[in-house]
Design a protein around this ligand. Structure first.
Ligand SMILES: O=C(O)CCC(=O)C(=O)O
Length: 257
């Protein structure tokens, strides 16, 4: 059975709110993977990628704003099952902020522990979350994500550096870390404040996934200095103004009857 907003149990929603992440199996079926994976590979070969680390230090390569690169990538970012589950977990109406198409080739290094809020140029992070959709099987050895349950509820340390030295923060260092291997078509959902990381890819096959960030439907622009990454620099956005329109669609329209 496929997972949808309707099949999600109250326990699953409660575990997301408690832990700041959840694994939802079988959000996409095999036919959808057969459609989205080839499109993702086409986009990865055709579009300029951002490199996180180079050569022996490669962590991953990604296509920013993948939702703007192909019709299939936009459909995946607004997929009714993915967005339906995201709204149920968030407990609030959401908008699409952006989607990143990620490739972690064999031999790539682990993704450092961090949380996302500091890099996201919107206020309203309380309900913001990322759907990380696996387009191939991702066992631990291929670089699955791991999470620090409950870390999204820690009081902010006030040190921006903690976002990228998340295991360096004393309270986080001694908390358990949970690795979540996923099958193609599974999703993990994680809160914008939860600490997460990924293992290196020690297999011979690339890890291909799409991470889509959703924000509160009422989120407003809050500059972070990273706007160029999201293609928003110089876009006339005004601090405190709602992020709306075609670029930031309400996702409910994608899954409402
Ligand atoms: O896929 C990865 O290795 C990292 C992804 C990530 O940090 C995210 O989606 O927020």
């Amino acid at each position: 059975m496929l997972s949808t907003a309707e099949t999600l149990s109250a326990e699953t929603v409660a575990s997301y709110r408690r832990d700041g992440f959840v694994h939802v199996p079988r959000v996409l079926d095999a036919a959808e993977i057969d459609e989205f994976l080839p499109d993702a590979l086409d986009v990865l070969s055709a579009v300029e990628k951002t490199h996180w680390g180079e050569g022996d230090d490669t962590v991953l390569d990604f296509v920013e704003n993948a939702q703007l690169t192909s019709e299939a990538m936009r459909r995946l970012a607004l997929h009714p099952r993915v967005t339906g589950v995201a709204e149920r977990l968030a407990g609030a109406p959401l908008r699409l902020f952006k989607s990143e198409l990620l490739r972690k080739n064999g031999g790539s290094l682990p993704t450092e522990a961090h949380f996302d809020e500091f890099a996201l140029p919107f206020a309203g992070a309380e309900v913001g979350l990322t759907a990380w959709v696996a387009l191939v099987d991702v066992p631990v050895e291929r670089g699955c994500l791991s999470f620090v349950p409950g870390s999204h509820r820690l009081p902010p340390s006030g040190r921006a550096a903690d976002a990228w030295d998340a295991y360096g923060r004393e309270e986080v260092r001694w908390m358990p870390r949970v690795a979540v291997p996923v099958r193609a078509g599974d999703c993990t959902f994680h809160h914008t404040r939860v600490v997460h990381a990924a293992a290196g890819n020690s297999t011979g096959r690339p890890r291909i996934s799409v991470a889509t960030v959703y924000m509160d439907a009422a989120a407003v622009f809050r500059p972070t200095g990273n706007e160029h990454i999201d293609g928003l620099a110089g876009g006339g956005l005004v601090t405190g103004q709602p992020l709306t329109g075609e670029r930031f669609p309400l996702v409910g329209e994608a899954h409402s009857p």
